[in-house]
Design a protein around this ligand. Structure first.
Ligand SMILES: C[S@@+](CC[C@H](N)C(=O)[O-])C[C@H]1O[C@@H](n2cnc3c(N)ncnc32)[C@H](O)[C@@H]1O
Length: 326
């Protein structure tokens, strides 16, 4: 069990079997919860983690339940939206568990102004508290609809929700007028790269592969072109329907606050797998991230093209075939 949830239960919190858990991550060991528990997780690798444990899983839910546990996300508007949603769905308690770095203290302060709070218990650089679900008390925190930012639809919590990412803009500017026939956009976000590539010549199809369901929904609005195919998938496990001519990506570099270049290296391996033998990878990365060895390991040729002081752009071709790879 997760450490703070354990303490809350020791101090008298009881939870019904008709329980919904919002935004659980593999960092929390929830394996002793009853398998009637619904896990709501829009991020595909985390969703699959709990599905593999036999839980009922969904990318979103508005089903009624007794109790809700919300694991606090970092984006404030998103956190408020989920808390409002929890109050709409639960007839019993809403439990909120979060790290200090994700804003649990300020959220607790705001919740206290509106409803009586039980707990709070502090442990492991975070807090847990709970209160009786109140459908009215947080009505002004309802999740807003998609916002229109620079002509693109985004929602709070998705990557670069307040506008075009400068690194992605740089990558698009460096790419050729004919970017390739079959293209995969790994970690497509709300669809900026795909939408721009579809303006260019010779594009036959684009596979947008994105783990965050909310971002992919935005992409469906931003890329309304019949050549686009949308995949809610973990790019590290995704199998291209047919070999791609081009992979384009601005890979994620952290799963939590700490940078994790292993994730980007996994994306490079996935790109090499998805490409046809004469296919090409176009990628942009923060200049300090060490991706050269992975490019060397997975491609016969790669070069750095331009970029700027913050970002570097790579073009790689002739993916190396792995022994045993299909
Ligand atoms: C740096 S952002 C780039 C987004 C978009 N391509 C753009 O240029 O604005 C990386 C994206 O990868 C997604 N992502 C993270 N891990 C992933 C995974 N394992 N599989 C697929 N997408 C993932 C994130 O949700 C995020 O949208």
């Amino acid at each position: 069990m997760s450490i703070r949830l354990d303490l809350a239960r020791d101090s008298g919190l009881t939870l019904s079997d008709a329980l919904s858990v919002l935004l659980p991550t593999p960092a929390q060991d929830l394996s002793d919860l009853p398998r009637t528990t619904e896990m709501v997780q829009p991020f595909k690798p985390f969703h699959d983690h709990f599905a593999d444990q036999g839980f009922r899983c969904a990318h979103a839910s508005d089903a009624r339940c007794d109790d809700v546990i919300l694991f606090l996300p970092r984006a404030k508007t998103q956190a408020r939206g989920f808390l409002h949603q929890a109050c709409q769905r639960a007839s019993g308690r809403v439990v909120v568990d979060g790290a200090k770095t994700d804003g649990i203290d300020s959220l607790l302060k705001e919740v206290r102004k509106r409803v009586p709070v039980e707990g709070p218990i502090s442990k492991a650089h975070g807090k847990i508290f709970w209160f009786a679900a109140d459908a009215q008390a947080f009505s002004d925190w309802a999740m807003s609809d998609m916002a229109l930012v620079g002509g693109y639809r985004t929602v709070p919590g998705v990557f670069s929700s307040d506008g075009i990412d400068p690194a992605s803009e740089l990558l698009i500017a460096a790419m050729p007028d004919r970017p390739g026939g079959r293209i995969a956009d790994l970690g497509a976000g709300w669809g900026y790269l795909s939408s721009r590539l579809l303006e260019r010549e010779g594009v036959y199809s684009i596979d947008l592969v994105e783990a965050d369901h909310a971002a992919l929904e935005c992409a469906r609005h931003n890329v309304s072109d019949p050549r686009a195919r949308f995949h809610w998938a973990d790019a590290l496990r995704w199998a291209a329907p047919e070999p791609e001519d081009t992979v384009v990506m601005n890979p994620p570099f952290h799963t939590s606050r700490a940078a994790d270049p292993a994730l980007g290296r996994g994306f490079i391996a996935a790109a090499a797998r998805a490409l046809a033998p004469n296919g090409q990878l176009w990628m942009v990365a923060n200049r300090h991230l060490p991706y050269e060895a992975a490019l060397e390991a997975h491609f016969n040729r790669f070069e750095e093209l331009g970029g700027d002081a913050r970002f570097k752009i790579f073009n790689a071709s002739r993916p190396r075939r792995r022994v045993g790879a299909s």
